[in-house]
Design a protein around this ligand. Sequence first.
Ligand SMILES: [Ca+2]
Ligand SMILES: [Ca+2]
Ligand SMILES: [Ca+2]
Length: 333
Amino acid sequence: MLLYLLLVLTCSLFVGEADGRVTWNRTDLTLASQDCPGGYTLVGTKCLMFEIFASETHEEAKNFCHDAQGELASITTATDFKNLVDYIHANDLFGRTFWVDGRDEETEGVWLTSSGEAVPLGTPFWAAFDYHQQPDNSLGNEHCLSIPSDWFLYMNDVPCSNIKNFICEATVQTQEEAASAALAPLGPSAVGGRVECLAPFVEVGGLCLLFVTWFEDTWENAQQMCAGTSSDLLAITDIEVLRTLYLFIQANGLDGNTFWLGGSDLASEGTWVYTTGEPVPMGTPFWGLADMSAPSQEPNGGTSENCLAIGNFYNFRDYSCGSKFFPLCIYRG
Ligand SMILES: [Ca+2]
Ligand SMILES: [Ca+2]
Ligand SMILES: [Ca+2]
């Protein structure tokens, strides 16, 4: 049965090339809820159990999960994280703080899951306020990983002795296989080199992007700048694209620049759409946080902030459309 599942999963991924662009079909994963052990529910490609009636320290929560043939739930990809956050909202579990798998007890700043996998740092995982991103190891005593609802489920490091609800993940082999099979195609290594971009566009995760760092202007002028190079302001609808973009910006010295994306709520306040007509995804893990003393989530500018940009930690924020930032264009051919 296990082997059969693995075969089906392997075969369900198709690579296609249409108009020279690599496309991937990853919708046909076959792990179903009935494949999860009793008490666990299928969330994305993982079997999870939400312990909302038990509150424990990180160590006790871990032991509880072991007794339930599991481990604390790990979040190692942006898609895992988005699936988890979406599930919490859809099932009325929001309002709590959960322990998940991850500690930096052994080496400060090196975050690992129980199985030794790296917990990813940075955006879109860790809570980022305007000028401050977790983990901050406050008072030198924060070595365990939590996702607090009052920080909109973004990650925070806190003392391991705190008492919290928690999420277990069944240790079913097929899940890991499914997860890696599902996500590999969107990683930059899988598509890197397969898409050729015309200079000055550069390939980022299979997309041809232009970081216009010599032209700082309003949102509307940024859009026209892109249009003049057969491109549009970038529309990000997939969280893996935001993660890949964030890593590219860090690795290529673009950190510190703020870029316009194609999103706005100019037509109808509160309804965010891209210039391409696609809806802008809302909430975590896309939009950033503001005001650490009384946390709120972007967009927060009402009718005075109607345009979408990424700067600081490169999560979404609304700004006045008259602000001057750099255009981030995507080639439309
Ligand atoms: Ca912290
Ligand atoms: Ca607005
Ligand atoms: Ca704002």
